[in-house]
Design a protein. Sequence first.
Length: 179
Amino acid sequence: MIYGTWLEETGRLVGFLYLKKKVTGLQTAISYGIGHGGIEMILVGAMSMVNYLIISTGINAHNPKILAAIPNSLVHSLTSNTSWLISAAIIERLFALWIHLSLSVLVWIAVNHAAKFWLYPLAICLHAAVDIPAAMHQTNLISSTSVTLILTIILTILLGWFVYWYAHRMGLHFTAQKA
């Protein structure tokens, strides 16, 4: 978990160090966060929805060969929880986008304000903290998808609030700049 967050935040750091020479402003961090979170929404969210659609089509075909290839637990889950699974996945992806926006702003501040470089390792730690409920769910320490989602939402809101508060404290504003 820490390794993955370290890679993502280091990617942001390297990207902002490169972009710092060409473009400036908080809008750079916001654009980067939307791009990173948006592509993740497509690759993770949309692709899992396509996966659900393909498997559901196979289930609805009532073909014994297809049904034999699909685990019973997945068949049960898709036939009894489909709307909840899709809703939860969409909500989770929207909050993941918010996480990427928040962390991008934090790392952008670290790159553009020399005395604030400590925000880069903080971003790694905060990213790992927000991922804890999902990791606990994957290891069955939390068995409820609802509890996992609620904890992730709470941590994401706290992360966003902290970044917004800190940026405002530094005098940075999230409004469009006039040319």
